[in-house]
Design a binder for this molecule. Structure first.
Ligand code: NAP
Length: 258
């Protein structure tokens, strides 16, 4: 039997899951992307792009498309989608698993200030002019307009809207993974005195933290938002085991005629 699976994506985990399932006849996976990235790499499985219209919209989609299982593999900071997924799964009675990659943890030699919001990150930069590297994506830059005394180097996948930028801003568009030697060079060449980042976790964008430790550059780390309490695993491998287990359960209840 083939189970229809909806993967909420936009992350390396979702892409890895799609690759792992592309030739697995037990599942008919569909990858859902928000449409946030202008040119996403084409997925190896069927995909759809764009919002569902809130939790009820997603619940309606699950019912209309006869989805059997859902995996929330969205980014740790995509908290709205995570809440919608939990609510929609309950409404439509579809089993949901979340992939929650572990957050980064400060190591000896790190100089981190952990803050709860982007506005608090702006405050944590302090009153004196600094050269700041922002690796927070392109959608949450506006709070930094309140601190025009700093010079910003902004690295994001797509170029940000000009309206959202503080006056002294250099834009670097780049997609990870990034190597530590390149990150060291970036910090060094631009004379970076502070980094602002979100605690995304994962290997692809971790190298900047190792480079910061080595060069003694302080990091302002925006903590993760709270997420709903749903069944979760940390890795794609564990998610594949969950899928296998649920497939076996479905297959044996179908055999028993339940
Ligand atoms: P968000 O604030 O949690 O979601 C905003 C809205 O975007 C949702 O309510 C939903 O619209 C739509 N949406 C989000 N993820 C979707 C998906 N996978 N498929 C279809 N619709 C989706 O999310 P966000 O922080 O804007 O992130 C958008 C996407 O970028 C996510 O796929 C996320 O995994 C990825 N991403 C986010 C970050 C980050 O730092 N936030 C970083 C890297 C990648 P409706 O309510 O209309 O359904």
């Amino acid at each position: 039997m083939t189970l229809k699976l909806l993967i909420l994506g936009g992350t390396t985990e979702a892409s890895a899951l799609a690759r792992a399932l592309k030739d697995d006849g037990r599942f008919a996976p569909v990858l859902s992307l928000a449409g946030a990235t202008k040119n996403p790499a084409p997925p190896p499985i069927p995909f759809r792009i764009g919002g569902f219209g809130g939790a009820q919209g997603l619940a309606d989609f699950l019912a209309a498309e006869k989805v059997d299982l859902m995996i929330d593999a969205t980014h740790p900071f995509a908290d709205k989608m995570k809440r919608n997924a939990a609510e929609a799964a309950a409404i439509a009675n579809v089993p949901l698993l979340a992939i929650r990659r572990p957050g980064w943890v400060a190591q000896p030699g790190d100089d981190w200030t952990v803050v709860a919001t982007m506005a608090a990150a702006v405050d944590a930069l302090g009153p004196k002019h600094k050269r700041v590297l922002l690796t927070i994506g392109q959608k949450e830059l506006a709070p930094f307009k309140a601190a025009p005394r700093h010079a910003y180097v902004i690295r994001s996948v797509d170029a940000p809207d000009a309206d959202s930028l503080p006056p002294d801003a250099e834009i670097i568009t780049a997609r990870g993974p990034f190597a530590e030697a390149d990150e060291r060079r970036l910090l060094d060449e631009r004379g970076i005195e502070a980094i602002v980042t979100k605690n995304s976790g994962g290997a692809a964008t971790h190298a900047k933290l190792a480079a910061a430790r080595e060069l003694g550059v302080p990091v302002i780390m925006v903590a993760r938002p709270p997420v709903p309490d749903v069944e979760s695993v940390e890795t794609v491998e564990a998610a594949l085991e969950w899928l296998e287990r649920l497939h076996d359960t479905h297959a044996s209840s179908t055999r028993r005629g339940v």
